[in-house]
Write a protein that binds this ligand. Structure first.
Ligand code: GLU
Length: 295
């Protein structure tokens, strides 16, 4: 009898744990800023929104390996970070609660293809707004301004800023603005540029001493450094401006307008600040919302 009770008890616990791991289960949202879904939302003229409503869920493109920005916990399956909270805020204001969100991990190099094929409804993942990308997708925002930085091993002394990377192996991600800048500005020799699909792969290479530096946005690098402060550090000043936008179907100006309204409201009513303070702001650096461009 006792054993049976124990087994039943364990099964109940396992079931409860499974329920907790389910996206959107009560109490599963890390930062506590996720909003309630707004009922009865309409976005006149938006084909993306019409499809979302028809489906009854929203598919959001994200990163899952960038701590503090877009990160999926391997054990619980829960997503967390600044980008994730922005994605959830937008979903809630479009009428989709956390339990109606499907996250799709999309690496930097696949973003324009994935968005333009309609495989995600919108994308929130350290995505810099620029003219090149605007030929294929559109952007709401910006909702944050990052800048390119450099991550090295904590015992590194030679690499101190962007001008001391010559002759060093520098890793970044395929299809990203930082790798393009390394090339354009000749920050190291072409043969010393190492590229992968994700920044995690670059960080692993850095820790394994296969490369000497990782370069991308400071917001991303700080997340990796804060996970292993004894092994990694961010050096030098930032050397670019990376305005983050929410990537959308190029022709869906109705949804872009609506998401811009959602962002503006969150800037005005303090929700953006709450999200920032609960995620990126935890590292101690102050942040405030950037002016919307309404591209
Ligand atoms: N913000 C840069 C970009 O959109 C770098 C970060 C990333 O690859 O997501 O290319």
């Amino acid at each position: 009898m006792k054993l049976r009770t124990l087994v039943v008890g364990l099964m109940a616990t396992a079931l409860a744990l499974t329920a907790c791991g389910k996206e959107g289960a009560p109490g599963s949202e890390g930062s506590g800023v996720t909003q309630e879904a707004i009922a009865g939302v309409e976005v006149a003229g938006s084909t993306t929104f019409a499809a979302m409503k028809q489906r009854g869920n929203v598919v959001i493109g994200v990163k899952d390996d960038q701590p503090g920005m877009g990160f999926k916990d391997a054990t619980t399956g829960q997503f967390s970070g600044f980008d994730i909270e922005i994605a959830r805020l937008v979903a809630a204001q479009l009428g989709f609660g956390a339990d109606k969100i499907t996250y799709k991990t999309v690496p930097s190099a696949a973003r324009e293809d994935t968005i333009s094929r309609g495989e995600v409804d919108y994308y929130v993942g350290t995505y810099t707004i620029n003219d090149n990308r605007k030929q294929r997708v559109s952007f709401a925002g910006p909702y944050f301004i990052a800048g390119q930085g450099i991550l090295v091993r904590s015992d590194e002394t030679a690499i101190q800023n962007k001008d001391t990377m010559t002759g060093k192996k520098v890793c970044s991600v395929t299809g990203s603005t930082p790798i393009q800048r390394v090339r354009d500005q000749g920050l190291t020799e072409p043969g010393n540029i190492v590229e992968f699909q994700t920044y995690t792969q670059c960080v692993d290479q850095l820790l394994a001493k296969q490369v000497d530096a990782v370069t991308t946005d400071d917001a991303i690098l700080k997340g990796y450094a804060s996970q292993q402060p004894d092994k990694l550090k961010v050096v030098g000043d930032t050397f670019s401006t990376e305005p983050y936008g929410i990537g959308l179907n190029k022709d869906d100006s109705a949804l872009r307008g609506k998401i811009n309204d959602v962002l503006q409201k969150s800037y005005d009513d303090g929700t953006w600040q709450k999200i920032y303070d609960a995620t990126l702001g935890k590292s101690g650096s102050a942040g405030s919302p950037p002016p919307l461009q309404r591209y």
